[in-house]
Design a protein around this ligand. Sequence first.
Ligand code: MG
Ligand code: ZN
Length: 359
Amino acid sequence: MKVIYLFLSVMFIISCAEKERTSDPISSAHKKPKNIILVEGDGTGLSQVSAAQFFKEGPSNYDRFPVVGLIKTSASSDLITDSAASATAFATGIKTYNGAIGVNPDTIHMPNILEIVSKKGLRTGIIVTSTITHATPACFYAHVKNRNHHEEIARFLPTSEVDFFAGAGLQYFNKRKDGINLLTTFQENGFMIDTTSLKEHIDAQKLGFLLAPESMPSMLEGRGSFLQDASKMALKRLSNNEGFLLMVEGSQVDWGGHDNDADYLIAELIDLDNTIGALLDFAIADGETLVIITADHETGGFTLAAKDGDYNTIVPSFSTKNHSATMVPVFAYGPGSEYFGGVYENTEIFHKILKTIGE
Ligand code: MG
Ligand code: ZN
């Protein structure tokens, strides 16, 4: 009797496992995504993401992702990456040196994902809370050997494949040392540029927002819902039959980490979390959108430590004013998300995205 019971139990477990496997996204999904949304929380390691769970009112949107992976982030030049080498890894699929913008270790221009998918007819967008010429966004449209060359980076944007962008850094376009006014160059290339506020311009074919001379204000300084609003505007504008690629960056989570300022960091993280919620809502309703959330590296050696011996009180703490080498998480949802589980190099983000669309 015991033996029969054991046998039946085993059969039951096997059939459950079988059932599980057939509904598993890895075996069932070869559906190609039409739209791709890549979100980067600059400096957002696992403790930063965990902070959303403890310090945000209501559930974190990170909790809604079915697929989770981890990436290794070292640069070709250094064990610890900066944002430029890491964004070049995401955008072009190669390891390069810290400071490189879309170029390989020999400073050769590497084709980036935005250039690649726009050739297939996808529309493209970039939204950041830093200058649009900052290291992370720059790697998606420029090819420059040093991240500090903001004016050189800016020259790439008007003639790039970008259809929509929002961020700051106006001074690198209209108050340049070389005297060139790139706002005119934008116009010549079919762009409408708004330097005053985030509002829709229905007639503009391509649209860009440069909303501050240098950086956007932080959340604590009153940036409000800019990141979410710009993201929703981009989703509306970029949606079309061929699909789109949208890159969204929570740029200032990193700056809170560099400042070792937990309030700054957490306010930026919650803003990013809310934006991720809006993007994920779109993807769920749409059904053809792949959403990937990741980070370029961790900043601050941030940790959620127990206060002395009190295990019921968290003290957000830092161990460095710089970046750290720790792996950072990847969250994915939608068609193609099954490729993003596991432990892999940051360059794989590029290769996996191309794989999902059959490139
Ligand atoms: Mg950045
Ligand atoms: Zn940083």
